[in-house]
Design a protein around this ligand. Sequence first.
Ligand SMILES: Cc1cc2nc3c(=O)[nH]c(=O)nc-3n(C[C@H](O)[C@H](O)[C@H](O)COP(=O)(O)OP(=O)(O)OC[C@H]3O[C@@H](n4cnc5c(N)ncnc54)[C@H](O)[C@@H]3O)c2cc1C
Length: 405
Amino acid sequence: MSEPLVIVGNGMAAARLVDELARTSLGRYAVAVIGEEPRLAYNRVLLSSVLAGETASHDIELKPATWWRDRGVTVKYGCRVTEIDVGRCELKIAGDESVEFSRLVLATGSSPLRLNVPGGDLPGVHTFRDSRDVDLLLSLAARRKPVVVIGGGLLGLEAAYGLAKAGAPVTLLHLMDRLMERQLDAPAADLLKTLVERKGIKILLNANTVRVHGKARVEGVELADGRLIDTDAVVFAAGIRPNTALAKEAGISVNRGVVVDDCLQTSARNIFALGECAEHRGVCYGLVEPTYEQAGVLARHLAARDAAYQGSVVATNLKVSGVSVFSAGDFLGSDASESIVLSDVRRGTYKKLVIQDGRLAGAVLIGDTADALWYLEMIRGRKSVTAIRREMMFGRSLASAPKAA
Ligand SMILES: Cc1cc2nc3c(=O)[nH]c(=O)nc-3n(C[C@H](O)[C@H](O)[C@H](O)COP(=O)(O)OP(=O)(O)OC[C@H]3O[C@@H](n4cnc5c(N)ncnc54)[C@H](O)[C@@H]3O)c2cc1C
């Protein structure tokens, strides 16, 4: 008889894991997926496109209902798991239903951080995480009243772009002195700011929000330097926190995320975690690629094959507010490295390659990212680039062209 394997969370990690399991251990497990959101798993990354009006919400589903059915997976959506009884191998769903498992996988993702400032919970303060948030933000933008987005990372920029495209006057506040400081060096961040501002978004850097003003609902945002920005709504996009409460209350080891080993196993036998809720070797990844790598390893492990997750080398390769951005490896460089830089602000392109000990150690590209994957392969491969050093800045085609005698 098939063993009951239950996955909590019906997001990107769950869908990928089921896909991998269907290939590695078909029939071994009776898989059930229990998710809180009231719809089938969808591509969360594409929420930005939905907000920007470039994709319809119903087009972002990862797999149709028939796909789940054909693989014999029981999908319960709109159901929140409220408790795990580790000893009895049982979990509870809101409404008091109990479900037994022989293996349990936590794929509960993250929640957006809400700034702990006075007024932070007023009506008119929103977040940007799921499709219900997008519906709300779209109705907000349709009113064409001013919106303040707090956070100048990927999510904040995407929220600002979508809202502005949908017609709202947007001001983006960022605490740091440059946008996307974890992915970009100062010149790249400056260029990105210029390109985003060209789309009609106002950007304030070094902007430390200390209070959200309003009586019955949001009326303005106050910064530490005394500036007051009138607004009709606020969107917090200033970070995420792994959803760990279920695990913690069940006595499973939790740090920032649910702690897992190289097999993605938690401190409880037969309970695993992956995706944004998991912490592996001290790292919680907030990206899809590591989630998918983890899903592959966990599926092989559950199929009793040898598999170990060693961590992921992450890269950023996205369109941010309509601007192509790539960053990977040690993009800042140090005294021990050298940088080759090509910058053309008018054309909206910036390229920086960091070379250390004859190898490509990091790269940042803005505008033209056609060669991003080629650079990424070089960074990951750690091979010598001495032979192509002169041409590599100009891309793969020039670097691999035959040299004149
Ligand atoms: C707008 C946006 C844009 C993004 N863009 C990018 C990008 O360009 N590139 C990139 O790599 N990453 C991007 N990300 C991040 C990416 O979407 C996540 O890394 C990925 O979705 C993680 O998958 P997950 O399954 O771990 O979490 P999620 O996809 O968040 O799924 C977790 C699910 O678990 C459910 N859940 C939580 N608790 C419970 C419970 N107790 N009971 C039942 N269900 C529960 C949640 O409701 C949720 O549906 C973006 C994220 C957002 C929000």
